[in-house]
Design a protein around this ligand. Structure first.
Ligand code: GCO
Length: 469
């Protein structure tokens, strides 16, 4: 079973749900620019309105309360708070976020605030973005403004969400804003500056906090899952999970380059060798800055791939069987990733873990009875959270689970196509309808997981026919 004080929550990000208002004083972010015109990269869609959460948060937090949700991982928008990315603070944004946080707390919801979930200020992109060495100071300044204005109300902070994604998708493959395909040299510089910015923000959050706070980081990756429980397959998967590749288009899609420096204080030796011709200067001071003590680590985990020990002793991929389950944006459903992802990360880094994101996109619609039936999502969550419990039962220090996500929203390059919410949003009327999975999750929270199938294996037994006749 999960610990008694296990944190049950939902996660979101500002850009995906907030929307805009002509009076909001918010600056432009790279996603606004990316979605202008024909917005080819986002199915012609943008986030100007999205869920209109900025005008409806009272209603949204009341619904969260009704659904028994106790914690909320959300992000604040850098260019909403600092329209130019630095300098003048937009007091309208401070007022809005303070009111939002107070409203959460009034509804018994503990805030977990993420500083950066990909809303990069366009004004900073225009002066070199993450390749500009000053970006570390700018991000530190932003962290100071956040600490000064919100840390009396918020105790838990995350610095950066999924560096793998926004470095890789935004600057290597170019499918996310600002849609650039930069050279390897530039993207390794970006990654290094991102890690330094994380360190700087951690220092600034603590320095300017108005009460003792806890700080973490929220990286991601696809998990290497052992094909069987044999020691050899487990070792092969562990090796692959932390390994690096120079051949893949997207070098940034890995665990160790983004987590070892932050959590262990050094870049993986394999990468220093493999990538040596692309690396910027990395000093001892840089590494000290990056390696700030953290209170916990976040893990955003959705899926994986199978690995076995090959005949020659080297790890080998195991293809998926035809007809495997997948979500509506084509990601495989494989609950073992939550067990192995947590186990491997905990063994290597040893910090308490929050699952900062996990959830499923489905082809949801309002049924003829007016409800949204999403049995695939409930089954997904039951399997995944049960796998997480297994890791907890085996002694991994798991503090909480933030389901991605509360409201269907703007799913980046998928536009409004990927519905990840446990609450259905009609994007024409903006009406919210909790899906069946939301009521199921309410029971999970109320029972601290006692209703999960891992604790009720009997529920899965085939009913005895004679009882029904
Ligand atoms: C990510 C982001 C979220 C996504 C979610 C589903 O992981 O890409 O953190 O913003 O919406 O993961 O793709």
């Amino acid at each position: 079973m999960f610990r008694d004080d296990f944190v049950w929550g939902v996660a979101s990000s500002s850009y995906q749900i907030e929307g805009t208002d002509p009076k909001d004083g918010r600056g432009i972010c790279v996603w606004d620019t990316f979605t202008e015109g024909d917005a080819a990269g986002t199915r012609g869609q943008n986030a100007q309105v999205t869920c209109d959460h900025m005008h409806r948060y009272k209603e949204d937090f009341a619904l969260m309360k009704e659904l028994g949700i106790k914690a909320y991982r959300f992000s604040v928008s850098w260019p909403r708070i600092l329209p130019q990315g630095r300098g003048e603070v937009n007091m309208e944004a401070i007022r809005m976020y303070r009111d939002m946080i107070c409203e959460m707390k009034k509804n018994g919801i503990t805030p977990y605030l993420t500083l950066f979930h990909w809303e990069f200020p366009q004004a900073l992109e225009d002066i070199g973005g993450w390749t500009n060495p000053d970006i570390v100071e700018y991000f530190g300044e932003y962290a100071r403004v956040v600490a000064e204005n919100f840390s009396d109300l918020v105790e838990y902070f995350f610095t950066i969400n999924e560096p793998q994604c926004f470095v890789g998708l935004a600057y290597v493959t170019g499918v996310h804003a600002p849609g650039k395909k930069l050279s390897k040299k530039e993207t390794f510089l970006i990654a290094h500056n991102v890690l330094k910015a994380h360190g700087k923000a951690t220092i600034m959050l603590r320095k300017y906090a108005k009460q003792p706070i806890q700080v973490g980081y929220a990286p991601t990756c696809t998990v290497a899952i052992p094909a069987t429980n044999s020691e050899a397959d487990i070792e092969a998967a562990r090796k692959v999970y932390f390994s690096l590749s120079d051949t893949a288009d997207n070098w940034a899609w890995n665990v160790s380059w983004f987590s070892d420096p932050v959590l262990l204080g050094e870049y993986p030796a394999e990468g220093l060798e493999l990538f040596k011709e692309y690396l910027p200067e990395i000093t001892k001071e840089d590494m000290e800055l990056i390696h700030q003590p953290l209170d916990f680590m976040g893990q955003n985990i959705y899926n994986g791939y199978y690995i076995k020990a090959g005949a020659n002793g080297e790890p080998e991929g195991v293809p998926m069987k035809d007809g495997y389950a997948e979500n509506s944006v084509g990601w495989p459903v494989m609950e073992e990733c939550l067990y192995w992802g947590v186990k491997f990360a905990y063994e290597r880094y040893g910090l308490p873990i929050f699952i900062t994101e996990n959830g499923m996109a489905c082809h949801d619609r309002v049924a003829v009875d007016g409800k949204v039936h999403d049995p695939n999502r409930t089954d997904f969550l039951d399997r995944y959270i049960s796998a997480l419990q297994q890791a907890a039962d085996e002694g991994m220090d798991i503090r909480g689970y933030f389901l991605w996500t509360f409201l269907d929203n703007f799913e980046w390059d998928h536009g409004y196509h990927g519905r990840f919410g446990i609450v259905y949003v009609d994007f024409e009327t903006l009406e919210r309808t909790p899906k069946d999975s939301a009521y199921w999750y309410k029971e999970v929270i109320a029972s601290n997981g006692a209703n999960l199938h891992i604790n009720n294996r009997k529920l899965r037994e085939i009913p005895v026919l004679s009882k029904c006749l």
